[in-house]
Design a protein around this ligand. Sequence first.
Ligand SMILES: NC(=O)c1ccc[n+]([C@@H]2O[C@H](COP(=O)([O-])OP(=O)(O)OC[C@H]3O[C@@H](n4cnc5c(N)ncnc54)[C@H](O)[C@@H]3O)[C@@H](O)[C@H]2O)c1
Length: 254
Amino acid sequence: MRGLAGKRVLISGGSSGIGAATARRFLEEGAQVVLGGLSEAEVDQAVADLAPLGEVSGLAGDVSSAADVTRLVDGAIATMGAIDVLINNAGIAWREPFLEITPDHWDRIVSVNLRGMFLVAQAVARHLVERGSGGVILNMSSTNGLGGEADYAHYNASKGGVLLLSKTMAVELGKHGIRVNSLCPGYIKTPLNSAISSGLADDFVSAYERDHIPLGRAGLAAEVAAGYAFLASDDASFINGAELVIDGGQLAIM
Ligand SMILES: NC(=O)c1ccc[n+]([C@@H]2O[C@H](COP(=O)([O-])OP(=O)(O)OC[C@H]3O[C@@H](n4cnc5c(N)ncnc54)[C@H](O)[C@@H]3O)[C@@H](O)[C@H]2O)c1
C-alpha cells in the first residue's frame, strides 16, 4: 500500500483480534507500531509474537481512563518520536436484551467504546495539530453503528456515536491536513465473537453466516486490517469523514 513504509502507528486495542492483525499488516508494510491493550500479559504476548516482523512495542492501560490514555499517547510519542497514524480500535461488546441492561453495563460499554475513542482521538489529534504535518485517524465503528441489531442497544449506541464523532472530527481537523474516517466491519472471527458465541447454541455461528451474510462466512481480522491499511495509505488521500463497510454484503440485505 502506498505511503505506509516508515509511518509511526499507534494501535489501541492492538493486542488481540482485529487490532493484532492490523499491527501485523502495518509491520509488513514497513511501518513502526506501538500497540495498546487492557491486559499487560496480552500486550506482552502480542509484542513477542509480532517482534520478528519489525519495530513494535506495547503499553497496557484502560482507554476509558484519561490518565491511562495520556500514558499511552505520550509513551507512543516517546518511543517512536511522533505519531503519524492512529488506529483507534479498542472496544468491548456483549449481548443483553434492551429491557435488561443495567446502568452500570450501559456505562461500561459507552465509556470504553465512545469515551475511550474520544480520549485517544483527542490526545493524538492535539499532537498532530501541534506538529503541523497532517496525519490519519481511523476510528472503529461497526455495522452495528448503522443498524439496530437486537440485544446490543448499548453497543449499537456507542458505535453510532463513533460515526458522528468521526465525521465531526473530519470537519474540524481537515484544515490541518488530518483525515478522519471510520470502519464498519460486520461479523468478524475474533476472540471477542468467540466469547459471545460460546454462550449460544452450537449452530448459532453457521446459521448466522448462512442467513445474514451474502458471502456465507464470517470475515477475517486480516480483511479488516486491509481496510485500515488502505484508509491510512496515500491511496486514500481524498477520503475524509467517510465510513468503510467491510461486511460480506450483510447491510445490503433488505
Ligand atoms: N469482531 C467483530 O465482529 C467486530 C465487528 C465490528 C467492530 N468490531 C470492533 O473492532 C474492535 C476490535 O474488536 P475485536 O473483535 O478484535 O475484539 P478483541 O476482544 O479480540 O480485541 C479487543 C481489543 O481491545 C482491547 N480493549 C478492550 N477493552 C479495553 C479497554 N478498556 N482499554 C484498552 N483496551 C481495551 C483489548 O485489550 C484488545 O486488544 C472493537 O472496537 C470492536 O467493537 C468488531
